[in-house]
Design a binder for this molecule. Structure first.
Ligand SMILES: [Zn+2]
Length: 427
């Protein structure tokens, strides 16, 4: 368009010049100069036009890409709007309360969800609802609670609510496209029997990566900034196991079952999520095995010395008590159980995989003897929640140097923590 205008101007100028020159021959040189100027102006304008056409094309491309990104988000916003509308009417709450009434015991997570729903539906001035919600929050694991809060904040923000999203819920570009919901499963969220509720919030949680690692800015000495218990807790794990010990008659036995292998790389460790049915018994009280995972080198030390690696088997009793069984791996012969796991582990961070036809028995990683050291400790990863009983077996199992080298994490062990007068018992 610009080019046409300039061309018309140029033509007019030349015609004008011709007429002018015909009328006044003396002015011909000046007119020629004007023509040259006009031609230069025309060329410049043409160049600019080309540039702006390029810019327009780029902008159009960008806007098309943005539109493509927005389409699936819009679907989610619509879904959320529908959920909000359903909740506002109170029927969702009534339905859920009725559905949950038939269950004997309600998980803490469901109680929290129900409490939140009750408050959103009935308002937050019902003291009984508030009290129930607080009690349920207390029961729930901190990691879960944070994920739930992040999911809610992110979902509300996406739907256009003016809600401040906590910094630890912000998407973390450096973590890449991996499933960070699985990441927080390591210890922070020990419930590993993949429930449907978890699946539902996974999309939102996937962008709520907690921000911690094993070195530098995100290293263990900085965990306390975002997760206060990690710095302020008085019974943190792991420990350096040194005497004096207190003798106890506690009996520990494992009844682990073979099942389909579900394994993931959560960016902090390799973790196996165990199907229901495997149990640890402590004085006959059963603790369900949820998951197990590895640290290199071992987090626990015995008289100051770490082993090549450790397996942490994470269990939970029906009343919510967590127990970790630690099996130290000592460099030696190849371990057939680890061979099977390493053959199926994802080398890059990502969601859990269940390779077809692969079965695994966690019992294959246990030593025969169950003599132990035991103490009260905490999760060894953020949020470092306390109230976790540790049993570290005295017998080690073998792992070959090549298998240690093949583990995708060079160093994922929290340093030993202050004992603060805690008893270490032994059988
Ligand atoms: Zn661990």
């Amino acid at each position: 368009m610009k080019r046409t205008i300039v061309e018309v101007l140029l033509a007019l100028g030349l015609i004008g010049a011709g007429v002018f020159g015909w009328m006044n021959w003396k002015e011909v040189q000046t007119v020629k100069g004007q023509a040259v100027e006009l031609k230069a102006a025309s060329e410049e304008a043409a160049k600019q036009t080309a540039t702006s056409q390029g810019a327009v094309a780029a902008a159009e491309e960008q806007s098309a890409a943005l539109k493509a990104q927005l389409a699936p988000l819009q679907a989610k916003v619509n879904q959320l709007e529908a959920i909000k509308a359903a909740m506002a009417s109170g029927t969702t709450l009534a339905d859920l309360e009725a559905a949950y009434k038939s269950q004997k015991s309600l998980s803490a997570e469901r109680q929290v969800g129900l409490g939140a729903l009750r408050m959103m539906t009935k308002g937050d001035d019902d003291p009984a609802a508030l009290e129930a919600f607080r009690a349920a929050l207390k029961l729930t694991d901190l990691g879960n609670r944070k994920n739930t809060m992040c999911a809610a904040q992110i979902a509300l923000a996406a739907a256009g609510d003016k809600v401040a999203v906590m910094s630890e819920c912000q998407p973390e570009a450096a973590h890449g496209p991996a499933d960070t919901a699985a990441k927080s499963d390591a210890h922070g969220q020990p419930a590993a029997h993949g429930s449907n509720e978890k699946g539902k919030t996974k999309d939102a949680v996937a962008h709520a990566a907690p921000h911690w690692g094993y070195s530098g800015e995100m290293g263990p000495d900085r965990w306390g900034k975002e997760f206060p218990t990690c710095a302020k807790g008085k019974s943190q794990s792991p420990l350096d196991i040194v005497g004096p010990f207190v003798k106890a008659r506690t009996s520990v036995s494992a009844d682990y079952k073979e099942g389909p292998l579900t394994i993931l790389n959560n960016g902090h460790t390799i973790q196996v999520n165990v199907p229901p049915g495997s149990k640890l018994r402590i004085d006959a009280k059963p603790y369900e095995l949820l998951q197990f995972h590895f640290h290199r080198p071992s987090e626990e030390r015995v008289e100051g010395k770490p082993m090549s690696m450790v397996v942490h088997f994470v269990h939970k009793s029906a009343d919510g008590k967590l127990v970790v069984l630690g099996v130290l791996l000592k460099e030696g012969n190849e371990n057939p159980g680890i061979k099977a796991l390493w053959a199926n582990m994802p080398r890059k961070e990502g969601p859990e995989v269940t390779p077809e036809g692969v079965k695994f028995n966690p019992g294959s990683l246990l030593p025969r003897e169950f003599d132990f050291f035991s103490y009260e400790g905490s999760l060894t990863t953020p949020p470092c929640t306390e109230g976790v009983r540790f049993f570290i077996l005295k017998s080690t199992v073998n792992v070959s140097a090549a298998q240690v080298a093949d583990f995708p994490f060079d160093a994922n062990a929290r340093p030993v923590q202050s004992r603060n007068g805690r008893e270490i018992i032994t059988n």
